[in-house]
Structures are given as C-alpha cells and as structure tokens.
Design a binder for this molecule. Structure first.
Ligand code: NAD
Length: 525
C-alpha cells in the first residue's frame, strides 16, 4: 500500500500471528535448517552501532548457549561511558529530522519490519533457542509476539496521528495533536530478548522518537539481529543505536544524561527502582522531567478453589509455573489451594511436574530447557535449599548433571505467607504451594505481595469469579486459564505495585507514553 494512503480504515483489522505447529514435518525441517544456519554463525563478532557507525572497543563480552555453555553464540563489543554519551548526542542530533517524518512513513517501516520478522521467523526461533534457551514452541510464541507488536503499534500510531477533535468553541478552530518526546533509552530484559526489545523500541520509534537500545548482556546477538531488521525495514541508521555492554556501567550514564527525555525499562524491581530514582533528579542543562516507563518483577499466584476441575487447574498451574523454566514475569510462582482439595491437587501436580523432560532446546522432545546463566542457576538452587527448610519438597529439587544450566521443575508444598519462597521473585522453575482455609483466605494470601503483575483463579463458582474480579489486585487477571501467555491486543500487559508503572504493553494506551499532546486553538473570524 502506498505510504500516503495508509490509514486505519483501509487496513485489515489486527489479528494475532498464528503459530507454526512443530508436529508437522515441514515446520520441523524448517526449524532444523534454521538451527544449522544459526550454528554456522556461532562466534561471529558484532560491533556496537551508534547512529549507523559501527564501533569496536576491543573489550568484548561473549554470549553463551545456556544448554551448552562451552558454545559461544556471539562475541560483542562492550560500550564505554563515553560511547553512551555519544549515542545520546547522536540520537538528539537526529531527533528533529526523524520527528518531522510523517507518521504514515514511520508506520510503513513498522509494517515492513513485521514482514521481515515473518520471513525470518524460523531463524529468530533458532536464535532464541540457542541464546535464550527457549523450547521451540516458546520461541515461536515469542517471535509471533514481536510481529504482533509491530502490527499493533503501527495501527495505533495511525490512530494517534488522526486524533479526535476537541470541543469546538464558536469562532475558534481547536485541535489536539500528539508529538514525540525526544531521545529514549530502551532497556529490555533477556527473557523476551526479541519481543520485549522489539515492542519497546518500535513503539518509541514509530511515535517519532530516536532511541538507544541497551540489550541484556545475556542476549545481545538477538538484539543485533533485530537491529538488522530495523535497517532493512527502512528505519534510518541514525534513528537508533545499539549499545551492548554492562547495564550498570552504560545504564547509569544513559539514564542520567540531560538530553535523555525518557527511559523505557523492563526488568527486575531493583534495577527499575534505581533507574526511577536516578531519572528523577534533573541534571545541568536538562529542561524536562524525564519520563520513566518501568515494567518490573512479579510473584504471581494462581488460586485453585475447591469447586473446580482439578485436572484442568493442575495443567494450568504446571504450564504457568514451568513454561520457559519459570523465567517469565507472568510465571506462576505461588499456587494457593483450598484445603479441601489440597492433597489431591498436590499429588496430581507433583506427578505432572516429575513427568516433564528437561534438556537442550535444540532437541524438540524436551519440555523444558536451561535457565539463563550460571548465576541464575546458583541463585535458584539456593532458593530451592531455602524452600526445603521452609516447606516440603514434592517434585524436583535439583540440577541435572553436566554443564548446561538445567534445573528440574520443583514443587515445594506447605509454604507460609511469611516464607521467602512466598514473597521473593525467584525467576526459575520453582513453585511454592500454600494451603488456604477458604476462598476469602486464598484471595488474602494472593494479595499478600509487594508485586501485582498476573494472577489466575480456577473456580466454577460465579460469585467467587466476581469476587476475584473485584478483589484480586493484579494488572492481568485470568479466570479459568493459565496466568502466562498474554496476547498482544487481547491482554494489554503490565502490573501494579512493585510490578511497575502498569504501561499495558500491547494495549491501546501504550503509545501515549512515548507521545505528548499539544492543544492548538486558532481564532477564526
Ligand atoms: P535486570 O533488571 O537484571 O536487567 C534488565 C535490563 O536492565 C538488562 O538489559 C540489564 O543489562 C539492564 N541493567 C542492569 N543494571 C542496570 C542499570 N544500573 N541501569 C540501567 N540498566 C541496567 O532483569 P533481567 O534479569 O534481565 O530480567 C528479569 C526480570 O525482568 C524479572 O524481574 C522479571 O520479572 C522482569 N520482567 C518483567 C516484565 C514485565 O512486563 N513486567 C517482563 C519481562 C521481565
């Protein structure tokens, strides 16, 4: 479609990208071929990219395959504080030009990015399998989500570029338009190394901002591959920079630079709070209040009521707790189960967890892959030891032999609300199970958290469903389904309390965070 004629009415309605079914031989063969292609690129060296300039610092970080940590997926040059400053200045210099491009032109680029991701879907699946440790279906879901973000935000930008007129006073022509903010720093986590990075970066770019992307040091290769997509889609080289390197080192410089207008962060509570604090202080030469969008951690609970299909609830809890090894911000890490069915539920869940196979993600027969790195493995195993003291081990409880970062899906029962396993985000395949006296008590326990991201309730009782709608304090509530797997457009995503600023990624309001409204009134005689 020609750029000038791009408008919402002429576009097909948004629909979520369908998933490839890996039980079909053609899709399996395509994924095998993509894995072979990606393997052939292992060890490639990638420079930093600052406003189109490719820079090598000589100081390198190696990203590893968490299934086989002796395999180096990519070698990346680390940014310095000076280069972080250069990236902000480069983005600031290009902002006037980029912000004046038409929304339709930027939207056309974003549609092209979606198309390129679709074409390279298996390749991105393979990168996610080897650099982030995703199983094939988890990788497929993530690439589809990245495509969805591009398709959805492109449409939303068209909506914001033709806003509804305000009330018209007699003798005046009134208008309210949305304009971009300026230079944004985009800091994604490793757990959705493509989808969250793509969603945060493209939302800011399509709104007319220039951005500096600081990917996680665990998944920089995926970020490099997405930068290729942006360039091929037509985003100007100067509209973004890709700064690989230590979050702590370059992060502080980017966040505090007086020309940084906003920070779009997704990651842990502690880093999010630090960014929020640093960003709040105006620096010399700064002429705005910096905006911070911070999506942070979770300690998500599923309530299993006594009036429910126990089999269905156990499957939902299992998928929510152990999908991507429990490393989703939305993962269920607390199952709160009515005392009347507690023992029966635990027995079923324990059996299901013990039946899950764990191993390298290039082998599609494994249900679960590795955790992200050696540090995560150590910290998760420490939590498991703590859980064995605080509660009763029902399944798992150990690492697999060998070098890969594999941990068995672990279920620990009889956890109390004051226990560390109940309150702290572990971010691994560890599920705490707690007993509730009744539904009121279950809700009280579920809300006993500083977080408030996702939650689910399994019950057949209509009154309890209504009670949960009202009283379960989370940004994303699910009834009679798992608490992971938010779909762009259908489940705008973001949490309450220490889970963040509730930005609702993949929702109709999301782009507003990267725009400011300007009201114009012209006297007409
Ligand atoms: P993290 O906070 O360790 O890192 C996130 C990003 O911040 C990385 O790119 C990292 O390099 C960077 N960073 C680290 N220190 C920094 C600093 N001082 N200044 C600026 N940037 C810095 O989180 P992680 O381990 O990558 O991701 C897991 C966390 O993310 C979990 O807590 C999870 O719940 C959360 N998460 C939340 C959502 C959500 O939508 N709410 C989604 C995904 C993940």
């Amino acid at each position: 479609m020609p750029v000038a004629s791009l408008n919402l009415a002429s576009l097909p309605a948004f629909r979520n990208e369908p998933y490839a079914d890996f039980s079909r031989p053609g899709n399996r063969a395509a994924m095998e071929a993509a894995l072979a292609q990606v393997r052939a690129e292992f060890g490639t060296e990638y420079p930093l990219v600052i406003g189109g300039e490719r820079i090598e610092t000589g100081d390198q970080l190696r990203s590893l395959n968490p299934s086989r940590p002796d395999e180096v997926v990519g070698v990346h040059h680390k940014a310095t504080a000076e280069l972080a400053v250069k990236a902000v200045e480069s983005a600031f210099a290009f902002f006037p030009e980029w912000s004046r491009t038409t929304a339709a032109a930027r939207v056309a680029m974003l549609f092209r990015a979606a198309e390129i991701l679709r074409r390279r879907k298996m390749e991105f699946n393979a990168w996610l399998a080897v650099e982030a440790g995703k199983t094939w279906p988890e990788a497929e879901g993530e690439v589809a989500e990245a495509i969805d973000f591009c398709e959805y935000y492109a449409r939303q930008m068209l909506r914001f570029s033709t806003p509804e007129a305000p009330v018209q006073l007699p003798g005046e022509k009134g208008q309210m338009i949305y304009i971009p903010l300026g230079v944004g720093v985009v800091i994604p986590p490793w757990n959705f190394a493509l989808a969250i990075l793509a969603g945060m970066a493209t939302a800011a770019l399509v709104a007319g901002n220039t951005v500096i992307i600081k990917p996680s040091s665990d998944t920089p290769t995926i970020a490099q591959k997405f930068a290729e997509v942006l360039l091929e889609a037509g985003f100007p080289a100067r509209s973004f920079s890709l700064l690989t390197g230590s979050g702590a080192l370059v992060g502080d410089v980017l966040v505090q630079h007086p020309k940084t207008r906003f920070i779009s962060f997704t990651g842990s509570r502690d880093v999010g709070l630090r960014i929020n604090e640093l960003a709040a202080k105006p620096r010399k030469g700064q002429i705005w209040i910096r905006r911070v969008v911070a999506e942070m951690g979770g300690k998500d609970a599923i309530i299993v009521d006594c009036d429910t299909d126990i089999e269905r609830a156990a499957t939902g809890v299992l998928q929510s707790a152990f999908g991507y090894q429990g490393q989703k911000c939305s993962a269920c890490s607390r199952a709160i189960v009515d005392a009347k069915i507690y023992d029966e539920f635990l027995e079923l869940l324990g059996k299901k967890a013990a039946a899950l196979s764990v191993g390298p993600t290039d082998d599609p027969s494994n249900d679960m892959g590795p955790v992200i790195n050696a540090g995560a493995k150590k910290s998760i195993l420490e939590y498991i030891e703590c859980g064995k003291q605080e509660g009763r081990l029902v399944a798992g409880g150990e690492a697999l032999e060998g070098d890969g970062y594999f941990i068995r899906p672990t279920v620990i029962a009889d956890i109390e609300a004051t226990d560390r396993l109940f309150q702290e985000e572990i971010f691994g395949p560890v599920l705490a199970v707690s007993k509730a006296r009744d539904f009121d008590h279950a809700l009280e326990l579920a809300n006993d958290s500083e977080y408030g991201l996702t939650g689910a309730v399994y019950t057949n009782d209509r009154a309890r469903i209504e009670q949960a709608r009202e009283q379960f304090f989370v940004g994303n509530l699910y009834i009679n389904r798992k608490c992971t797997g938010a779909m762009v457009g259908a489940h705008p995503f973001g949490g309450f309390n220490m889970s963040g600023t509730d930005s609702k990624a993949g929702g109709p309001d999301y782009l507003l965070q990267f725009l400011q409204a300007k009201s114009i009134a012209e006297k007409i005689d």
